[in-house]
Design a protein around this ligand. Structure first.
Ligand code: ASP
Length: 437
């Protein structure tokens, strides 16, 4: 019998997980069964992905840079990557702002719903606001300072320090290019082979992906509360979803025009990473799979993918920035806080910066939304009510925006790859042997 392609296996796992979760959430033993016996499979899977993230970045980026032969090539890749990331984020925020101003979801929400939501989610919202204010107490170029590690072992021991690890690795890779061939060869060969081994580890870990997404979605269902609230926030949720959908259309149109690659071949290539992004709500946890798909299934050379993907996972969040723009305006509309045109321009700037600063983990976009609202002069009390307002449907929106974050990284990888002459026909690997370009 022909083996089902990986993205179908994952989709099936997700669908069965939701059904299983819905059935068992009707009984209290069912809920604890899922939490105690099923959820750990999902947690283990996320841990395994995070486990290989740092070694993967190191091995693949060093191999990528050392294959370049020429430093000017790296600087050209770097400039294009950053430029495309900033442009795509600004476009995403603008799309979000246009939609939220046309649809005006906040104006249809009643005072009663505002009161109900703010009392239900008060405590959780406060925690996010406090954590955002803790992060805010820093200077304007603090993030550049933070990018430079003073101890590589300390940096590599925490997945949140991805940019520090990238910084060290880029410096290492460039230095490797500058030493004589006979001296650099042993190190290059070592990282080359390390890279192969880590790619194989991803293949092995991915074997449990369909079961893991089953576990993640089943546990999400039993841990999610009252669904009536979804209806009250439907217009807001749909505005975000419409914006995210517009971004996907934009990506595939740009890819088709610039690289000639068909939408179905792009989506088929990247879909396992998108499904994992949806199930884990974390672009950092999805990173190993994103890199694997971009290189082996979309045909972007390692020289490009090994830099563009990890940097993107840390700083490029188109979905998050779009969501922050919609959520900020929605909250202002619902709480009758009038916004002027300069206010909306402030949102473009702060949402772009806030999405760069958001960690690639579940819920981070909401914490940084506080910075966007704060820049509009919203008081701390209003901020708390505002966040409580959108808290109930933040998780599903987080799942969707993470998909866009990952798709945006893959899109930029393809565009940079094409412009550098480093986009080829994808190599077909063991998972989807039936995959054809
Ligand atoms: N969960 C998102 C990510 O990991 C960040 C966010 O928007 O909360 O990409």
């Amino acid at each position: 019998m022909k083996k089902l392609a990986l993205h179908w296996q994952i989709l099936l796992g997700m669908a069965l997980g939701i059904v299983f979760g819905l059935i068992l959430s009707n009984t209290s033993w069912g809920k604890s069964f899922i939490v105690d016996w099923i959820k750990p499979i999902g947690v283990i899977f996320i841990k395994l992905l995070k486990l290989i993230a740092i070694p993967l970045i190191i091995a693949s980026l060093i191999k990528g840079i050392s294959d370049l032969k020429d430093i000017s090539k790296f600087s050209s890749i770097g400039k294009k990557t950053i430029l495309l990331y900033v442009c795509s984020t600004v476009i995403a925020v603008t799309i979000g702002l246009v939609l939220v101003n046309i649809i005006q979801p906040g104006n249809s929400i009643s005072q009663e719903t505002v009161d109900q939501l703010s009392s239900a989610y008060n405590t959780k919202a406060n925690a996010r606001v406090e954590s955002a204010f803790d992060q805010k107490e820093t200077g304007p170029i603090q993030f550049i300072e933070d990018m430079v590690p003073d101890n590589i072992f300390a940096a590599a021991s925490n997945n949140r320090n991805m940019l520090q690890v990238i910084f060290f690795t880029v410096l290492f890779g460039i230095s490797l290019l500058l030493v004589k061939e006979e001296k650099s060869k042993p190190i290059k060969d070592f990282f080359d082979s390390l890279n192969e081994v880590i790619m194989k580890m991803i293949d092995i870990i991915m074997l449990i992906a369909p079961y893991a997404v089953f576990a993640l979605l089943a546990s999400l269902i039993v841990e999610t509360g009252n669904s009536d609230i979804f209806v009250a926030l439907a217009q807001y949720g749909l505005t975000v979803v419409l914006g995210l959908f517009t971004m996907v259309v934009l990506y595939i149109v740009v890819i088709k025009i610039y690289t000639g690659r068909s939408p179905s071949s792009f989506l088929r290539g990247i879909s396992p990473a998108q499904l994992l992004a949806f199930s884990t709500s974390s672009s950092a946890a999805t990173l190993p799979v994103t890199m694997e798909r971009v290189e082996e299934h979309l045909g972007v050379d390692k020289e490009v993918a090994s830099f563009v993907c990890p940097v993107g996972a840390t700083i490029n969040m188109d979905g998050t920035s779009l969501y922050q723009a919609v959520a900020a305006v929605f909250i202002c509309q619902a709480l009758d806080y009038g916004l002027t045109i300069p206010d909306q321009l402030t949102i473009v700037m702060t949402a772009t910066l806030a999405s760069i600063g958001s960690a690639a983990v579940p819920g981070a976009g909401m914490v940084m939304l506080v910075i966007v609202l704060d820049s509009l002069g919203v008081s701390k009390e209003t901020l708390m009510v505002g966040l409580a307002l959108i808290f109930a449907i933040d998780r599903p929106l987080d799942m969707l925006r993470t998909v866009i974050n990952v798709t945006g990284d893959a899109t930029v990888s393809m565009l940079v790859g094409k412009s550098e002459g480093k986009l080829g026909v994808p190599e077909v690997k063991n998972w989807d042997d039936n995959y054809k370009n």
